[in-house]
Design a binder for this molecule. Structure first.
Ligand SMILES: [Zn+2]
Length: 248
């Protein structure tokens, strides 16, 4: 790390749980962020600000005026431009020390596999089941930790599938059936602005902890948030031995 980085990251380095060594780990880490919307915004902002050295951001969509109520990485002048590009611009203003790569096309599962193979952690900030299943499949295959989040209305959920562990469930163990695809998308549903920040920020914290090897992760636990009553609940998750994706 250079002198500027030592200053920029000093409040991390001062934490004994992180220190110089931990920050160096972050600087040398690579995170794949799929989706630069409501969840991807805080994830990318905190990972870049916190010094995760390389970010790959995938989003094929363009910034729309209806996004700006909650997708805080984008600005009014960015309306109409690709979300990954808009995110990259904001991140470079916050921290020019990190490298931000963009993927502006809709990725196939094979595409995600190539991207995930290069990354140390995969963060699912997408808004549809097809992408969630594809990322899960890839992370099980490559044994990459997957930080999964979702938010709709006033309710959200977040968990970690750490496929480096034999006991970790996968996304498919939790949601074996695809369905209600359209019903779950923000495009057709309302979403309370700070909710995506709370879930996304939790994903960012879990991703950084995984990169640092710090503390206990959400692996095996699904955290559920009800913002209307401001209640967090945690339910235990178990691997499904009959799972079609991670079962032997
Ligand atoms: Zn499974």
């Amino acid at each position: 790390m250079n002198d500027n980085q030592l200053l920029r990251y000093s409040r991390h380095i001062l934490l004994p749980q992180i220190g110089y060594e931990g920050q160096e780990k972050l600087v040398n880490s690579h995170a794949l962020i799929v989706g630069a919307g409501g969840l991807g915004s805080p994830v990318a902002l905190y990972l870049a600000a916190g010094g995760v050295g390389k970010l790959t951001i995938c989003d094929f969509d363009n910034v729309d005026l209806t996004n700006l109520q909650r997708q805080i990485i984008h600005t009014t002048p960015s309306v109409g431009i690709n979300k990954a590009v808009s995110a990259q611009q904001t991140l470079y203003e916050i921290n020019p020390e990190v490298v931000v790569e963009t993927v502006r096309e809709k990725s196939t599962e094979a595409g995600f596999e190539l991207l995930a193979a290069e990354a140390d952690v995969v963060i699912d900030c997408s808004d549809n089941f097809a992408t969630r299943y594809a990322l899960n499949h890839v992370c099980v295959k490559l044994r990459k930790p997957l930080v999964s989040g979702a938010a709709i209305g006033f309710e959200g959920q977040v968990t970690v599938f750490d496929m480096r562990s034999d006991s970790s469930p996968c996304y498919h163990c939790l949601f074996p059936d695809m369905g209600a695809e359209e019903a779950m998308r923000c495009a057709e549903n309302g979403v309370f602005a700070p909710l995506v920040g709370m879930i996304g920020t939790t994903q960012a914290a879990e991703a950084m902890k995984l990169l640092l090897g710090l503390g206990g992760s959400l692996q095996g636990r699904l955290l559920l948030l009800d913002v209307q009553n401001m209640e967090w609940r945690s339910i235990k998750l178990k691997r499904d031995p009959a799972c079609k994706v991670c079962g032997a």
